[in-house]
Design a protein around this ligand. Sequence first.
Ligand code: ADP
Ligand code: BMX
Ligand code: ZN
Length: 291
Amino acid sequence: MIVLAIDIGGTKLAAALIDSSLRIVARREIPTPASQTPDALENALRVLVTPLYSEAQYIAIASTGIIQDGVLTSINPANLGGLSHFPLVQYLSALTGLPGVALNDAQAAALAEYQQAPSRIRDMVFITVSTGVGGGVIQDGKLVTGSGGLTGHCGHTLADPHGPRCGCGRIGCVEAIASGRGIAAAAQDELSGLDAKAIFAHAAQGQTQAVALVQRSARTLARLIADLKALTDCQRVVVGGSIGLAEGYLSQVQHYLAQEPAVYQVELYSAHHRSDAGLLGAALWAQGSRQ
Ligand code: ADP
Ligand code: BMX
Ligand code: ZN
């Protein structure tokens, strides 16, 4: 079976044809449009998948947002230009004529990354540090999604009660501080208006404010990881997303995690599948749901 996998993030949309041995045979990527109405996302998805879908038999979607019964509901609509609701499977199935499944992007990536873990690992958490901060939880070898799809949304746990307001409505979420949008929103003076990628480039040059913004994100992520260790007793945490994968970021997270008491230490890995983890996890989910 050839699966058309689609990864919908707050910054980019990716699609790939994936064969039954989980090899990516074609891949495309375009920016995520920002609009409160679904039309822009519909158009972008059409442009993205039209050159690919005739080769596929099934659709597998990994998407930002709470995903339940094939429908996306944003916990933080600001990450999608204000879009809070989108019927993913219904729209893409009607467009392509193919059946499909959908799950959260970080939950999908957790599945793909768990396949790479040795069998001694039974409990694992995947965290994406990207437009937002998302998470996927594996417990006793199985992905946990929860009855409402919310399991793993660790970006919306509290990092600082005096921190900035998050797009989800809470004050001081991890996402409001550590994510790409959080980093960009805190930038001032000569860095104001820049995106996280540009701020990382300034940090690599030693620019003081940029270095501090990256450190603040890494320190916040390390505290989140200690919390996740306490909650799940995970033996491994895998970090992905363009910020999670940025050069030097994970070693900073490791540095701050090492300052926590011994009981909160856990092995940290970069995502083996890099930016393809969501696509591959969605394909795995589809293979599982077809068995
Ligand atoms: P998505 O959220 O769509 O899954 P990404 O994982 O690429 O997408 O995350 C997007 C965020 O990562 C944006 O805030 C962007 O500025 C930032 N970013 C992209 N590339 C880099 C990079 N090389 N270094 C640091 N940050 C990056
Ligand atoms: C947000 C939330 C999560 C998602 C995470 C990472 C929305 C639209 N998304 O916390 O469901 O997993 O961002 O998403 O509420 P990404 O776009 O950064 O990959
Ligand atoms: Zn939040």
